[in-house]
Design a protein around this ligand. Structure first.
Ligand SMILES: [Zn+2]
Length: 170
């Protein structure tokens, strides 16, 4: 398997709803390892499978720069009423940052890379990164969740990414 390449906005791959993973074979394990490598290589704290071209429900994250976590077929089963605003960025939208309001805490359920059930209560940056990556699996980008003013402010940067994408994919 070759090294993974980042899929950039506005690729339609980023807008698809990803499919559940049902087979936990060696190919999947190899793909997960490549995703973890890619996350560190590109200096991200999270990376979802659609961002490297696969519309499958899987992401990796390392919000506290400690160890990589792998989530397969994740679900958010509870969200706190308390919300917080925090600046986000995305490897698929280089150079773009904006504040996104999200629930401060969540409870999640997912499968580990071995296919075992994981249940966690996430707070702070872990909760934020999880929600950002989870959105990727449903074709949602953080720019979909920002204020009208911020949308206006990043407009020219988005246009630039669109032009670049069209040049690469002609
Ligand atoms: Zn992202």
């Amino acid at each position: 398997m070759e090294d993974l390449k980042i899929v950039y906005y506005p690729s339609p791959i980023l807008r698809n709803k990803s499919k559940n993973i049902e087979t936990f074979n060696d190919k999947l394990q190899e793909f997960i390892d490549k995703m973890i490598d890619a996350m560190y290589k590109y200096d991200g704290i999270g990376l979802a499978a659609p961002q490297v071209g696969e519309n499958i429900r899987l992401f990796v994250m390392d919000p506290n720069e400690g160890e990589p976590f792998v989530y397969i077929n994740p679900e958010i089963i509870w969200m706190s009423e308390e919300k917080v605003k925090y600046e986000e960025g995305c490897l698929s939208l280089p150079g773009i940052y904006a504040k996104v309001e999200r629930p401060a805490e969540i409870k999640i359920k997912a499968l580990s890379r071995e296919g075992e059930v994981i249940e966690q209560h996430l707070k702070e940056l872990a909760a934020r990164v999880f929600q950002h990556e989870y959105d990727h699996l449903n074709g949602i980008l953080f720019i979909d969740r920002i204020s009208q003013l911020d949308k206006f402010l990043i407009k020219s940067k988005l246009k630039k990414l669109e032009k670049e994408y069209n040049k690469q994919n002609r």
